[in-house]
Design a protein. Structure first.
Length: 270
């Protein structure tokens, strides 16, 4: 993504449209030139409802990952016997049916979780200007869009999440309002909880995708099938703490935004 993707006459450096009036709960920032339109800031939208949906789907994913890991262990035991004493056709068919059922349910739950997470992520980033955030490096649309950009989707999502973290922290409200606030905030490091969230998410998905590639082989050997099963189990095991960390991260940011919004409203003259 070389250069600025927005028109500098239409959007400011944070990607905000330069039209309509600014919300009075947001610090005004530098004055605009005479005759130029003021920046518009979307009002605060409580992300608690969206957060509940994401956490519900993540909890279901956690339980299903545990069941999938157990199912994968059964498959590993079956493959082990296939290389020694042999297995029956009925055993192989039952194993395949069980694994396919788990896979279909996981796929549906993965899509539902992803949609719910993107709704929440877009909302909490869109709230940042209303919570006093200025000089933001990303936009709500790209908070979601970076997940779909090849190569950059390995590094941008945790960077956006870090911006959401620092911009939602109630203790960061006063520093953000200072002249050097945005530049100081943008130099803050990646919070450990964000780092663990991304590492577990990325690790689980990369291992799972590598295991799935084995299934694309025309005639996988018994050794390849055993490797695939082991990697699938490892992917499922990593998904369990990954879901727990994601739930904690979403809970923290959602609660912070509600608290910070209360502080912003308390500072607005009645």
């Amino acid at each position: 993504m070389g250069g600025q993707w927005w028109d500098s006459d239409t959007f400011d450096e944070g990607g905000l449209p330069m039209s309509a009036q600014i919300d009075r709960t947001t610090p005004a920032g530098p004055p605009t030139q005479a005759g130029s339109p003021a920046r518009t800031v979307s009002p605060f939208s409580n992300p608690a409802g969206a957060a509940q949906w994401v956490k519900g789907f993540l909890t279901a994913s956690l339980v299903l990952a545990a069941l999938a890991a157990i199912s994968g262990l059964f498959q590993m035991e079956l493959l082990s016997r296939a290389g020694t004493t042999g297995i029956t056709v009925a055993e192989a068919a039952a194993n395949d049916a069980r694994q396919q059922l788990v896979g279909v349910v996981q796929l549906g739950l993965w899509v539902a979780t992803g949609v719910a997470f993107f709704v929440w992520f877009h909302r909490v980033h869109r709230n940042l200007p209303a919570l006093g955030g200025r000089g933001l490096k990303y936009t709500p649309g790209w908070a979601v869009g970076w997940f779909f950009v090849p190569f950059l989707n390995f590094v941008r999502p945790p960077q956006v999440m870090s911006e959401v973290w620092h911009g939602s922290n109630p203790e960061g409200l006063e520093p953000d309002e200072s002249p050097e606030g945005p530049s100081l905030r943008n130099r803050l490091g990646t919070p450990s909880l964000v780092g663990w969230w991304w590492a577990l998410f990325l690790g689980s998905n990369l291992i799972g995708n590598f295991a799935a590639r084995v299934l694309l082989e025309p005639s996988p050997t018994l050794g390849q099938l055993q490797l695939m099963s082991g990697l699938q189990v490892l992917s499922e095991v990593l998904e369990i703490p990954g879901a727990l960390v994601a739930i904690g991260l979403i809970t923290r940011i959602t609660g912070w935004q509600a608290e910070r919004n209360g502080r912003v409203r308390d500072r607005v003259p009645s």
